[in-house]
Design a protein around this ligand. Structure first.
Ligand code: GDP
Length: 532
């Protein structure tokens, strides 16, 4: 066991995922409120026009009033040290959103009770499911008209393919949302309103208590009794092992806005989720309890200070303790270095830190030496963490410099930005002319590309949207590159290469993906990049 066992064991690092507007920001804020990291609701809201100081980094963020990159927050709650990784939604959805999930040990999935599973939830869920990390569901906005809770659970199971186990059950919804029934304690947590800014007050009453008719009203009381009977008979049995392997999602109901059900969720979730998980480095499993420090870079945030072309590399500490005074070994750069200006985000404040432990996320100043996926470890060690997959972009543009004389700067700049992971670049060597195609997960990245090429490299670009939405890396059984003439491709499908020489197909529709798959059986498709 590690000498840092106590510190590491109390860490919980999770990402919050949802479709925009489901209530992720509101829930995060309430967590921070319960954790005492902020005193009042309304301090974190880092979006739209009421942005706080959490991410004042990029000019483009300021102009748009949105946060381009995901942020990390730490707070203490009942002995736990909690790290929340926010995943950007709206139009700032990007590959960073996916990568952030690689740094988390579990995910909290916020669902709008009136809407159920939505597009972005589905995408983010898929990435979490790929790693088999625990996924906890919070069905939010119960203070509004909501869909039938049984139906919502069924939808989660059908659409996402995960078993669900309701941990509590809502009593009414909308104006009649009275509380939740705790299935384990067989108790009712009855909420009393408080305006939403402070923690909700709750009284606990057992099911069968004669006062319940008065407390809930006869109708809701008898509905609850029926629901509970049905639930006990029908829903999957709770199994912590399944939860920990991402096979069963515990479901909680509540309302982030009014605080109802937030604390039972936070408590239940922290109890069930795991301390920092190990990570693979080839054959080696790096355990969080290893004494030696190790970390991997999962996000690079560029251009914090335009004058210096600063970047901040965000890393997840995988094992041991990070000590700001000690040198670490950068495996990909093959040299020892001291990480400079290590910082952490505590609620709305950015702080320079001296130490961090496995499970924590730190941001360090990066003079341009780090890439996504890089490993840092104790000097003398040389393992490399498994690479972070590249996720399939969904928007594509053909890009060229307006001034053909600036092609060199254009390529240099675009490659640099691609290396940071903001965009993906592809070549179309099969069409006879040299064509650069840029793919992004969220369209805001096109603006980022344009803005940065102009600002940092002095290159104006011309972008032409392409009608592709799907991408698959392709491989064949013998590992040999395919020849275009050997493929049967429709008119809305294009063969390209990435900058590592791996071949891919771009498609105009899911239908085309299927059509092409059926007619080219020699190909294997992958939504994530093929191994190098
Ligand atoms: P995000 O896009 O997922 O971060 O969602 P926000 O937290 O910004 O919430 C979107 C909108 O829904 C805001 O206007 C919130 O005030 C509102 N909202 C969030 N949670 C609740 C809730 O539990 N009940 C109600 N009625 N509104 C909510």
């Amino acid at each position: 066991m590690s000498k840092y066992e106590n510190e590491i064991n109390r860490r919980r690092t999770f990402a919050i995922i949802s479709h925009p507007d489901a209530g992720k920001t509101t829930l995060t804020e309430k967590f921070l409120l319960y954790g005492g990291a902020i005193a009042q609701a309304g301090q974190v809201k880092g979006k739209k026009n009421t942005r706080a100081a959490t991410s004042d980094w990029m000019e483009i963020e300021k102009q748009r009033g949105i946060s381009v990159t995901s942020s990390v927050m730490q707070f203490q709650y009942e002995g736990y040290c909690v790290n929340i990784l926010d995943t950007p939604g709206h139009q700032d959805f990007s590959e960073d959103t996916y990568r952030t999930l690689m740094a988390a040990d579990s995910a909290v999935m916020v669902i709008d009770a009136a809407k159920g599973v939505e597009a972005q939830t589905r995408k983010l869920f898929k990435v979490c499911a790929m790693r088999d990390i625990p996924i906890f569901t919070f069905i939010n906005k119960m203070d509004r008209e909501a869909r039938d809770p049984f139906e919502l659970c069924e939808e989660l199971e059908k659409e996402l393919g995960i078993e669900t186990c309701p941990m509590n059950w809502p009593i009414g919804c909308g104006k009649e949302f009275k509380g939740v029934y705790d299935r384990e304690k067989r108790e009712i947590i009855h909420f009393t309103s408080n305006g939403g800014a402070k923690a909700a007050t709750a009284t606990e009453v057992s099911l069968g208590d004669p006062n319940l008719d008065e407390l809930l009203g006869q109708r809701l009381h008898s509905q609850l009794t029926d629901d509970v009977e049905l639930l006990d008979g029908a829903s999957a049995e709770f199994d912590l092992e399944k939860v920990r392997h991402g096979k069963l999602s515990p479901v909680f109901f509540g309302s982030a806005l009014t605080n109802f059900g937030v604390e039972p969720f936070l408590e239940g979730f922290l109890k069930m989720t795991t301390p920092p998980l190990p990570r693979m480095a080839g054959e080696k499993l790096v355990d969080s309890m290893d004494d030696d420090f190790s970390a991997f870079v999962f996000k690079i945030q560029a251009n914090m200070n335009k004058a210096h072309r600063d970047r901040i590399a965000f890393m997840r500490v995988v094992s041991g303790r990070f000590d700001a005074d000690r040198e670490v070994y950068h495996v990909q750069g093959k040299r020892k270095l001291k990480l400079s200006r290590p910082q952490q985000l505590m609620a709305a404040e950015r702080e320079i830190i001296e130490e961090a432990y496995a499970g924590d996320i730190i941001g360090v100043f990066d003079p341009g030496v780090f890439s996504i996926g890089d490993t840092l470890c104790a000097p003398g060690k040389k393992f490399k963490f498994d690479p972070i997959p590249t996720f399939a972009p969904e928007h594509f543009c053909r890009v060229r410099p307006l001034d053909t004389m600036k092609r060199k700067q254009f390529l240099k700049g675009a490659e640099q930005i691609a290396q940071e992971g903001a965009i993906q670049m592809f070549k179309a060597p099969y069409t006879g002319m040299e064509e650069i195609i840029v793919g992004v997960v969220g369209t805001l990245q096109f603006d980022v590309l344009e803005y940065r090429l102009k600002g940092e490299y002095g290159v104006d670009i011309f972008m032409e949207g392409l009608p592709y939405e799907y991408l698959r890396w392709i491989t064949t059984a013998d590992g040999e590159p395919v020849k275009e003439e050997d493929l049967i491709l429709g008119t809305d499908t294009k063969l390209v290469e990435d900058f590592k020489g791996r071949q891919l197909l771009l498609f105009g529709s899911q239908w085309a993906v299927n059509w092409t798959g059926e007619r080219n059986k020699q190909l294997t498709f992958s939504e994530f990049s093929a191994p190098e």
